[in-house]
Design a protein. Structure first.
Length: 365
């Protein structure tokens, strides 16, 4: 995950700074968000096969991804509601939960499609798992059928709902990578031998087919990009493994980034949007959003973990929300300065975090 989030940051940096297209293309051809979904499929297979409690699985996914995301999104969306006049309660709920991505008229903001697509994959994963692995016979047939169904749904949306497809196209086709990850997870967990030559030839053939047709249809270009990742991800991992003894500090950095992937991903996009609304543009906006997200990620991780690790602390989350909302309502809508921003938004967050810390110490948490 550390490799994937690092590359996402570089790709966004190159794109936002309008670097020559070669830099943007190169950065997006390595791991990128498809890598997130591929690794998620692998990781969830390992997790579910060891502990196949469906209710527990959903609870863990909510606790590890959805709750932290919502707790991060909430203060930003409240600020966005104050700074923009076009955000309704329905929009705000869609943004905070990320499910607004599937209702594009309400939702397309801050590129949070990855959260929404991941949650959809998580929700469907137990069904996928039981469909593929309910019997030892025909596993690969059912697996191939699931991939065909996934691609067919994407094609159907593209053909019969072109306007909707255009709005969700950044994420919808990529859910196939999650299913590919499930198959890789199965192979790795079972330590099954595969014919490497057949695998390479098959993947390469698919890539060349999609690549040759990429100009005729946007779908072909997207599937070419995904099959491309099936080459680049193993190659990058192999190269890094080979050079590990010589660049241990690089691995330490990647491991650290991997621990806070969710926080860095969400924060750098949220902060960029916030700075844009505050008329901070250009290089300053880009570097501040990326650097501040990396600096804040461990602290935000700690706060969100504290908030959802003990039900009692959720009371203080409510207090925090109420403080922020009431402070923003009291500020003149026409004027926003640093003092108001600090008093209205940052101070209540710090106060509530301090309350949580003190009470957790008091309760022995």
């Amino acid at each position: 995950m550390g490799i994937a989030i690092t590359e996402v940051l570089f790709a966004h940096l190159f794109n936002w700074l309008h670097f020559p297209s070669a830099f943007v293309i190169l950065s997006s051809k390595m791991v990128f968000t498809q890598g997130f979904l591929l690794l998620s499929g692998i990781g969830l297979y390992y997790s579910y096969v060891k502990k196949s409690d469906t209710v527990g699985f959903y609870c863990r996914r909510i606790k590890r991804m959805w709750l932290p995301y919502m707790l991060m999104a909430l203060p930003f969306v409240l600020i966005f509601m104050f700074l923009r006049d076009d955000i309704t309660i329905i929009k705000a709920i869609g943004w905070i939960t990320s499910i607004g991505y599937f209702f594009p008229g309400e939702a397309q903001y801050c590129n949070m499609w990855y959260i929404a697509v991941s949650l959809l994959c998580y929700a469907l994963f137990p069904l996928m798992f039981h469909f593929i692995f309910f019997s030892k016979n025909g596993i690969w047939f059912r697996y191939a059928l699931l991939i065909i169904v996934s691609i067919s749904i994407t094609i159907a949306v593209y053909l019969y709902m072109p306007t909707y497809y255009h709005l969700v196209s950044i994420g919808l086709p990529k859910q196939t990578m999650f299913i590919v990850g499930i198959g890789i997870g199965y192979l790795c967990y079972r330590k099954m031998k595969v014919n490497l030559m057949v695998l390479i030839v098959t993947t390469l053939s698919l890539y060349l087919l999609f690549y040759s047709l990429r100009h005729s249809n946007v779908l072909y270009a997207q599937y070419a990009s995904m099959t491309e990742k099936l080459f680049t991800i193993p190659i990058i991992c192999l190269v890094l493994f080979k050079i590990k003894p010589y660049v241990s500090y690089l691995f330490n950095c990647l491991q650290w980034m991997g621990k806070y992937t969710l926080e860095i991903y969400v924060l750098h996009l949220m902060i960029k949007h916030l700075l844009f609304l505050l008329d901070v543009n250009g290089i300053l906006m880009i570097f501040v959003s990326i650097i501040s997200s990396i600096i804040l990620a461990p602290y935000v991780n700690r706060i969100t973990n504290n908030l959802h690790s003990d039900n009692a602390t959720l009371r203080y989350a409510y207090i925090n929300i109420e403080l922020i909302y009431n402070n923003f309502l009291s500020i003149n809508h026409e004027k926003i300065d640093k003092e108001h921003f600090l008093i209205g938004g940052i101070c209540p967050m710090l106060i509530s975090h301090r309350i949580i810390h003190v009470n957790k110490c008091k309760w022995g948490g």
